[in-house]
Design a protein around this ligand. Structure first.
Ligand code: S3P
Length: 426
């Protein structure tokens, strides 16, 4: 749904954050693993947005029985069949890339496609290493539509990833579960490790050996019940709101505290916010609460090594940096240019409209903060994370901000604007 949203500056932020949606990365995996498993799995606190709905639609088209009700889903998986039409992955890179790997080792053929944004994103980085394991995969000049052929038995091998991407490592890991022999995947670095943490829960043995992921295939998936923790990438917006509106305190509950996802929390702490993190449970991933008290913020430097754990929050960091004294620098983040939008370009354009002082570089940006931003109309680039980041920018601005094409928040957080309103009225 296309609409523009106008967000007014906030005087105060509520102390209790609204319910945080289930983690999107983990929800995709739970849906796909459940569909690969024989028997019935039950997933609760599933991420509510269109992206995870794309994963559910695709696995249903592949033959899984999917009974979805609000934020819980029962999936009966096992035997996959070649779908009737194309698998529509919508806006979701995770759906497309993980399914490419999951399909590669199965005796079905399918064509995966998506919206204009997904059709611009690189798929050769997934197709090429999958071919090294014996998969038959054709991209359309490196992008979607992507065709995966049937009846190509996969074999193990040593795969060196060219990009330290969690989607890529996960895709190869799923393919390796259908391959005969040992597959070793190197180069995932410190990218989010949900796949290796969740697979044992679905009966699949996988090991981390240093930086390598090792799987002895073939392996069978077992149905399981799974509760999805809150999404730290969604909580980040409320934490940022409280960090930039003076005198605020906020607590977010039931959040996934996997360290590969907490780079933004660490960055806010380095910038001077007062943060307490409490782990309430440990399995299969740490989960708990984060409490933040606003303090005057100062600039920090984000280097390449920091990027994986803060990847999806870097545009939001750019907004927070506009409210911090000094110049915040982000480098080693060229991947942002091939996300749902060119996130460096969209951020820089929007921040400039709002009166921010920002410099664009090939692999990042510099933002000099201090003076409040002013109201203006900004473009989201059709990118959910940018639309939400500009909404947070408005909270500390001197006048309201209008975000064009704001309906894209439904990709990950459909209730974002109503939740934001509640947060600002409290
Ligand atoms: C994701 C991995 C990251 C992230 C994306 C979700 C995942 O992408 O940006 O939003 O669920 O594995 P890359 O693997 O391309 O770095």
């Amino acid at each position: 749904m296309e609409f523009n949203a106008t967000v007014a500056p906030a005087k105060k932020i509520g102390a209790e954050a609204p319910h945080i949606p289930g983690d999107k990365s983990i929800s995709h995996r739970a849906v796909i693993f459940a569909a690969m498993a024989e028997g019935e799995s039950h997933v609760t606190n599933l991420a509510p947005g269109e992206d995870v709905a794309s994963s559910m639609r695709c696995v249903a088209a592949l033959g899984a029985m999917v009974e979805h009700d609000n934020t819980s889903v029962r999936i009966t998986g096992g035997a996959w069949r070649s779908p009737q039409g194309v698998l529509d992955c919508g806006n979701s890179g995770t759906t497309m890339r993980l399914l490419m790997g999951a399909l590669a080792g199965r005796e079905v053929s399918a064509t995966l496609d998506g919206d204009d944004s997904l059709r611009r994103r690189p798929m050769r980085r997934v197709a090429e290493p999958l071919r090294e394991l014996g998969a038959e995969i054709e991209t359309s000049e490196g992008t979607a539509p992507v065709h995966v052929g049937a009846n190509h038995p996969l074999h193990g091998g040593h795969i060196q990833l060219r990009v330290a991407s969690a989607q890529l490592a996960s895709s190869l890991t799923l393919a390796a579960t259908g391959a005969t022999g040992r597959t070793t995947i190197s180069g995932a670095g410190s990218a989010r490790d949900h796949t290796t943490l969740m697979l044992p829960h679905f009966g699949v043995e996988v090991r981390r050996e240093g930086d390598d992921i090792v799987i002895d295939g073939p392996q069978h998936f077992r149905a399981a019940d799974f509760h999805v923790p809150g999404d730290p990438s969604a909580a980040a917006f409320w934490l940022a709101a409280a960090a930039i509106v003076p005198n605020s305190t906020i607590t977010v509950h039931h959040i996934n505290l996997n360290p590969t996802r907490l780079g933004f929390v660490a960055a806010l702490e380095r910038m001077g916010a007062d943060i307490t993190t409490t782990v309430d449970s440990e399995e299969p991933e740490p989960m708990g609460r984060i409490e933040l008290r606003a303090r005057p913020l100062k600039a920090i430097a984000i280097e390449a090594a920091d990027v994986p754990a803060i990847l999806d929050e870097l545009p939001l960091l750019g907004i927070v940096a506009a409210y911090a004294a000094g110049t915040t620098t982000v480098r080693g983040a060229r991947e942002l240019r091939v996300k749902e939008s060119d996130r460096i370009a969209v951020l820089v354009r929007g921040l400039r409209e709002l009166g921010g002082s920002v410099t664009e570089v090939d692999d990042g940006f510099d933002v000099t903060g201090g003076a409040p931003l002013h109201g203006a109309t900004v473009e989201s680039g059709g990118d959910h994370r940018l639309a939400m980041a500009f909404a947070i920018a408005a909270l500390g601005a001197s006048s309201p901000v209008t975000i064009e094409d704001a309906g894209c928040v439904a990709i990950s957080h459909p209730s974002f604007f109503t939740d934001l309103e509640k947060l600002c009225q409290a």
